[in-house]
Design a protein around this ligand. Structure first.
Ligand SMILES: NC(=O)c1ccc[n+]([C@@H]2O[C@H](COP(=O)([O-])OP(=O)(O)OC[C@H]3O[C@@H](n4cnc5c(N)ncnc54)[C@H](O)[C@@H]3O)[C@@H](O)[C@H]2O)c1
Length: 309
């Protein structure tokens, strides 16, 4: 199969690219290197440095004619989406719609979309949250990811463009950069290694901070392989199903790095959900997938990469 990955120079996209190549697929990557890095591109992949919003995307789809588009490029920061909703919607909604139109024009069979489970869960939802829960949409980022899930349904109905939306929990692992909401583990690692205390953003009634669901990158890559051939038209949670306090994650990171530093405390940031963990039973039935990596093992591998890089 030929697979075009947008955002393939980034954290998740570059691992997914390597996994697809190892499975014998052809991989084409489009990335503007805004947060991704050239050195993360697998050597066997064809690479185009381009913004997904540019007119040049159409020519790439016309030339490469991929069977599948794995869409990982995005404005991915919740705080930035709150500060600049127009930019968020320009990249995450308009940019994605332009991409979907090119997919229809050039005969792409399936789009795999990197959606979000954590940001869509909402504070009133049951924990762990199934895909069927009504999302609370607490940030422009959540609105844009949810909007694209709805557009994908429409495009499958009206143009026959198959889709799978993978609603990731908080993904962690080697190559993740310490930026934004998704990057709490690399932020903790960077600070701990530099001897700097990290900040715990918490609600007054949640002294151990908010809760999140963490899933290791290798497990996420397996889900992306299953998504190539599973039943189309599905939105599916990809997480561990475990609800963990951020303060406990911090402890686990310190253990993995064999360091000990106290946390500083601050109030929550705009768009921060109180609790989040995903019900991943649909992934088990649809993708025959479940998270296999235990947090201490994933953190050990991430810490080893951090010290080596
Ligand atoms: N990391 C997580 O925990 C997490 C959780 C839920 C969803 N996601 C989603 O997964 C995807 C990948 O996230 P990540 O953590 O690997 O982030 P990342 O920043 O490492 O990767 C995003 C990549 O997209 C590229 N990119 C950004 N805007 C672009 C544009 N306009 N044109 C072309 N390329 C562009 C960046 O250069 C980068 O290489 C995103 O869509 C994100 O919203 C991530």
């Amino acid at each position: 199969m030929k697979i075009l990955i947008t955002g393939g120079a980034g954290f998740i996209g570059s691992h997914v690219a390597e996994t697809y190549l190892a499975e014998g697929h052809e991989v084409v990557i489009v990335d503007d290197l805004s947060t991704g890095r050239r050195e993360q591109l697998p050597a066997q992949a064809v690479f185009y440095k381009l913004d997904i919003r540019s007119d040049g995307m159409d020519a790439i789809l016309e030339k490469e004619r991929p069977d599948v588009v794995s869409h990982h490029a995005a404005q991915k920061s919740i705080p930035k989406s709150v500060a600049d909703p127009l930019h968020d919607s320009d990249v995450n909604i308009t940019g994605t719609l332009r991409l979907l139109n090119s997919c229809v024009r050039y005969g792409v069979k399936r789009v795999i979309f990197a959606s979000t489970g954590g940001a869509l869960a909402g504070d009133s939802a049951a924990i762990p949250t199934p895909e069927s829960a009504h999302p609370m949409l607490m940030s422009p980022y959540a609105v844009s990811k949810y909007a694209i899930e709805q557009y994908l349904r429409l495009y499958q109905l009206s143009h026959g463009l198959e889709f799978i939306a993978l609603r990731y929990a908080n993904v962690y692992g080697p190559r993740q950069m310490p930026d934004g909401e998704c990057g709490v583990i690399p932020i903790f690692m960077r600070n701990a290694a530099a001897g700097i205390s990290s900040t715990l953003y918490s609600y007054p009634d949640m002294p151990k901070g908010t809760t999140r669901d963490y899933v290791y990158i290798r497990d996420v890559c397996r889900a992306n392989v299953s998504a190539l051939s599973c039943e189309a038209g599905q939105v599916v949670n990809i997480g561990s199903g475990q609800e963990l306090f951020i303060a406990d994650i911090y402890e686990a990171v310190c253990q993995a790095m064999k360091l000990s530093l106290p946390l500083k405390r601050a109030g929550v940031r705009a768009g921060d959900l109180r609790r989040s963990a995903l019900d991943c039973s649909k992934a088990a039935s649809l993708l025959h997938w479940s998270a296999e990596t235990q947090l201490p093992d994933g953190l050990q591998e991430t810490a080893a990469w951090f010290y080596a890089s």
